[in-house]
Design a binder for this molecule. Structure first.
Ligand SMILES: [Zn+2]
Length: 219
């Protein structure tokens, strides 16, 4: 069994993901968000774009089979497995300003934004170039009609995962999110692993019924 990497609570990492490799991100304890960014390795001015992705995928509810598109209208990642079926691509990474805005009585934290900025700096990514992240496991329902947003605890349970196939050589930024509401009030680690092929097909087959049930329960 391949070893996995650990992102401690309220921190973040950056690493290379080669075309054809699969990144699997696990929520080991459940109900924990991980913000994910992907930049083109050959030019980090090219980065995932929620607007392009919603446009081409024709949905804001991204899951298995959906692709993450760049600001230059190229596919960077494709979701190939998804045990949760509930992620967010609307809201920006939590930051010092987020904490001042929503949590004036709590200590300010640099949040996912600060963690991503530090981790991505060695790859030449400036803080101002950090866009809306694909927020794995983040549960942001949109009220029909009014369009009102809510941030609810993730529906992910211990051991749940999402797997993304690199369609280009990418630089990935990945966090264990630092904000209160998006993680159900507690801060937990995130695990990930990189494989050269699509992992765990047998496990996924065994759990596909469960994933379906999860998906339907929260629709
Ligand atoms: Zn965050």
């Amino acid at each position: 069994m391949n070893e996995f990497e650990v992102i401690p609570p309220r921190s973040g990492v950056a690493f290379e993901l080669r075309e054809g490799q699969t990144l699997t991100v696990y929520d080991p304890l459940g109900s924990q968000v991980a913000d994910l960014l992907a930049f083109a390795a050959d030019d980090v001015r090219e980065v995932i774009s929620n607007g392009r992705t919603f446009d081409y995928e024709e949905t804001i509810s991204l899951t298995t089979g959906n692709r993450l598109w760049s600001n230059r209208s190229q596919v960077l990642l494709e979701i190939v497995e998804d045990a949760v079926g509930r992620h967010d691509f609307l809201l920006t990474p939590c930051s010092e300003a987020t904490f001042r805005h929503f949590y004036p009585d709590k200590p300010v934290h640099r949040g996912c934004f600060g963690n991503l900025a530090e981790a991505l700096a060695p790859y030449g990514v400036e803080p101002d170039a950090i866009p809306t992240a694909f927020n794995l496991f983040m549960n942001v329902p949109v009220e029909a009609g009014s369009g009102k947003l809510s941030v609810l605890p993730p529906t992910s349970r211990a051991g749940d995962w999402i797997a993304l196939l690199a369609r280009r050589d990418c630089i990935i930024g990945l966090t264990a999110c630092s904000a209160y509401a998006s993680n159900g009030g507690t801060f937990k680690p995130i695990h990930y692993r990189i494989s050269n092929e699509r992992p765990f097909s047998r496990e996924v087959d065994d759990r596909s019924g469960e994933a379906q049930t999860l998906h339907h329960r929260h629709d």
